[in-house]
Design a protein around this ligand. Structure first.
Ligand code: NAD
Ligand code: ZN
Length: 359
């Protein structure tokens, strides 16, 4: 097992990564409050891993309330916050309870937000079961739900008590979901970890084969990189925005294609290819670096081209992206592999050329 900490002073917490750790009561014992436990999960994950987590909690004399949501993004709604908090109230859960989010980013985001608002805040534990949730959504304390007018528009920064990432749960993850999570992994190498990027170039076969030791390395390294950025800028005052590399283009691709055509990580992969191209056009990186980035993303089985739509369609969505401040689109660009910069100062003609080059 590999353990690390997210260092946020009073709100610091551990991340444990390893095989079979979902079944280890000793890991859960120190992170549970004295009150009862509720597990929030979805109906894909429940048949696979709920029993194991229940057994672990039973060994600690907890008989958890189980709340199972339909799998999918539509479950991230305020209605379900009402539902979850209603079930907790009916069960008589007080402020000393603990929520466990067992599932992907959808479950993590909604359970975390429920924990943030239930009785003004109760403790929660992230038990991520997708690669994306292990390397991204379970770390950093962004929680929330969607509003009909916008994704993630209602939420809170609220840190978990711990993250327990059992890599065995990734065995059942569909290939496309796994590769989509890899896009965020590659992102960490690009924004602040050149050594990790090189390691990924050398070990992509083992990663794609989901070799246990490669997974622990990938998840541990990604969490460390994200934790470092979060520790320096918990509430996204500035630096944390570098985590959005590839996301300005990526969100526009998701929106312009009506969501659903691309998984988030797939759109981010294309977005990172575009961000690298734009960085090279602005002479921030060399062509050889751009080629390495392209090769790694393609080698991970991720898409590198966006659908050929009128560029104006993409540009419109880039302007409404919430990263656009005072009408100016902000880009996260690269100064090299392992070094990102945030800039609003990008010639529109260069953005257009980049869009046209990758569709
Ligand atoms: P998800 O939670 O929808 O999971 C993807 C699919 O895989 C679902 O159908 C789920 O039921 C299934 N699944 C989960 N674990 C499985 C397993 N072990 N085996 C088989 N199937 C499994 O999606 P996701 O990609 O994990 O997360 C996406 C969500 O995360 C989005 O809502 C996004 O907004 C959010 N997110 C949040 C943050 C953050 O910082 N809070 C960061 C990135 C993304
Ligand atoms: Zn993302």
């Amino acid at each position: 097992m590999h353990s690390l900490r997210v260092d946020l002073g009073q709100r610091s917490y551990p991340i444990h990564i390893g095989t079979g750790i979902l079944a280890d009561p000793a890991l859960f014992a120190p992170i549970l409050n004295k009150g009862p436990v509720a597990i929030v999960t979805d109906d894909n994950v429940a048949p696979l891993y709920l029993e194991t987590l229940q057994q672990t909690l039973k060994a600690l004399h907890k008989a958890p309330l189980v709340i199972t949501l339909p799998a999918g993004e539509a479950s991230k709604s305020l209605d379900n916050i009402q539902e979850i908090t209603g079930l907790l109230l009916n069960a008589g859960y007080g402020r000393d309870c603990t929520l466990c989010a067992l599932g992907g980013g959808v479950v993590g985001d909604i359970a975390g937000f429920a924990a943030a608002v239930y009785q003004r805040g109760v403790s929660y534990i992230q038990v991520p079961t997708t690669l994306l949730a292990m390397v991204d959504s379970s770390v950093g304390g962004k929680t929330g739900v969607n509003h009909p007018l916008g994704k993630n528009m209602i939420g809170a920064f609220y840190q978990p008590r711990a993250v327990i990432a059992d890599t065995d749960t990734l065995d059942s993850l569909p290939d496309r979901e796994f590769r989509s999570g890899l896009a965020e992994v590659i992102k960490y190498g690009l924004i602040n970890d050149q050594g990790f990027f090189s390691w990924l170039e050398d070990h992509m076969d083992a990663v794609l084969a989901r070799a246990a030791d490669a997974l622990v390395k990938v998840i541990g390294h990604s969490c460390k990189d994200k934790a470092e950025v979060v520790a320096r800028d918990e509430l996204e005052g500035g630096l944390r925005a570098i985590l959005n590399l590839g996301h300005t283009f990526g969100h526009a691709i998701e929106a312009a294609t009506g969501y659903g055509r691309y998984l988030h990580g797939e759109a981010v992969a294309i977005g990172m290819v575009m961000a690298a191209d734009l960085s090279r056009r602005l002479d921030l990186i060399r062509e050889s670096e751009q080629n390495r980035i392209y090769a790694l993303i393609k080698g991970a089985g991720l898409p590198t081209l966006a659908p050929a739509l009128p560029p104006a369609d993409y540009l419109r969505f880039m302007r409404v992206d919430k990263k656009a401040e005072s009408g100016q689109v902000r880009f996260i660009l690269l100064r090299g592999i392992g070094s990102a910069v945030i800039t609003g100062d990008v010639p529109p003609a260069a953005v257009l050329q980049t869009l046209q080059a990758f569709m």
